[in-house]
Design a protein around this ligand. Structure first.
Ligand code: URA
Length: 237
């Protein structure tokens, strides 16, 4: 494709903006300084840089982050550290934001993107996108709790949650480990569900969103771009 088209797709603005970029900044194709927007480039085989920074060829960027505790799912905050602060300068693309929220003390899978439409689809209450969480619970989770979750828990504030699948991994000595699959994303969803059955979440980690599974190679605070295959899974929602 033409170099100016590629730059426009990569977030450098309109064709007119791109003209200015080509004129005023150092755009290189395979390390050769190019000023002509008509230059043909192939995203697969050419390396394009602007002022030395490699250009991502996609219009949007999709990142999988293993969110650590203590970090806010927000784009900016006056005092706290946000998930955007975890990105390297080169990856802080204009308009990037977290898809939905994990609590400050929740870890695990969080998608960051510039694609508002995709985020909208993933978060739409009508879509019932499944989210799987692993949790440690204060209290012994029982088969009765499993049945209650299956019917739909009533929060202490009266809200009746949609059915959720609760699996007990262990329950002994006053503590439990569980996995729960929920299809909605109310504020403090999982914590409120356990509060409703008289228990307390003491550790929470999101492992899955739709068909997208958190990469176990990502340490807390690490991230990577989604693969084409993973993107297709999200688009299938
Ligand atoms: N449910 C919660 O209670 N907190 C989260 O961060 C996510 C789901």
């Amino acid at each position: 494709m033409r170099l100016d088209k590629l730059l426009a797709h990569a977030g450098f603005g309109t064709r007119k903006d791109v003209k200015q970029v080509l004129k005023k900044r150092k755009v290189c194709v395979d390390q050769k300084h190019i000023r002509d927007g008509a230059c043909q480039v192939s995203p697969e085989s050419n390396e394009v840089t602007v002022d030395g920074e490699p250009v991502l060829f996609t219009e949007h960027v999709y990142i999988m982050l293993n969110k650590p505790q203590g970090v806010l799912s927000a784009t900016e905050d006056k005092v706290g550290k946000t998930v955007i602060d975890l990105l390297s300068e080169g990856d802080k693309r204009k308009g990037i934001f977290p898809v939905g929220r994990l609590d400050k003390d929740t870890e695990g899978l969080l998608i960051l993107t510039t694609d508002g439409q995709m985020a909208h689809e993933l978060l739409s209450p009508k879509k019932h996108v499944a989210k799987v969480y692993f949790a440690r619970i204060l209290g012994e989770v029982t088969k009765d709790d499993v049945a209650t979750f299956e019917k739909g828990v009533t929060f202490l504030d009266g809200y009746h949650a949609l059915p959720a699948k609760l699996d007990i991994i262990s329950a002994q000595n006053g503590q439990s480990t569980i996995r729960v699959k929920v299809v909605e994303g109310k504020f403090h969803q999982v914590k409120k569900m356990f509060e409703a059955v008289g228990k307390k979440v003491i550790y929470l980690k999101r492992e899955r969103m739709g068909e997208l599974v958190l990469d176990s190679n990502l340490e807390l605070g690490e991230y990577r771009l989604l693969s084409e295959k993973e993107l297709a899974l999200l688009r299938g929602i």
